[in-house]
Ligand binder design. Structure first.
Ligand SMILES: [Zn+2]
Length: 149
């Protein structure tokens, strides 16, 4: 299940990535036909608050009814049967949707706070933007969001 997320529901994209789902933003410069073409080509479900997008047929689109972030999470999770899966938690970069892989410890030394480096064994990095992750940083955020679901 992959998503194409309208900027109006931008935080939803970050949350989906956190859970390990491939979630791209809709390119603001693109018109409706291009967005639809992209969703079909990449087999993405469009999540939108835009009635113009959601009113058409022939592609997978979901109109997000609720307004605030936590209601949106709940709504989308229920609608698509999305659940938190610990194994998938580290597979997508929250910032850019890039793929995350395990990083060698000596590779991240210059990019993380020294107390983190000393107390953490496992690190991960985004293949696309290079952002470094570790469980402390990520899990705390995930738990906070999941507890609200
Ligand atoms: Zn990234």
């Amino acid at each position: 299940m992959k998503f194409l997320v309208d900027r109006m529901c931008g935080r939803l994209a970050r949350w989906l990535r956190l859970l390990g789902y491939d979630a791209k933003y809709v390119d603001r410069k693109k018109g409706v036909p291009d967005i639809i073409y992209e969703s079909l080509r990449e087999q993405r479900i469009i999540l939108t608050r835009n009635r113009r997008l959601s009113a058409r047929r022939g592609y997978r689109v979901y109109y997000v009814k609720t307004d605030d972030f936590f209601s949106q999470i709940k709504e989308v999770a229920e609608n698509f049967g999305i659940k938190a899966n610990e194994e998938k938690l580290f597979s997508r970069c929250i910032n850019c949707n890039g793929e995350i892989v395990e990083a060698k410890k000596d590779e991240v030394k210059d990019f993380v706070p020294s107390f983190v480096f000393q107390t953490t064994e496992k690190f991960y990095k985004c293949l696309a933007c290079g952002k470094i992750y570790w469980k402390g940083s990520h899990i705390a955020l995930a738990k906070k969001i999941l507890s609200r679901m």
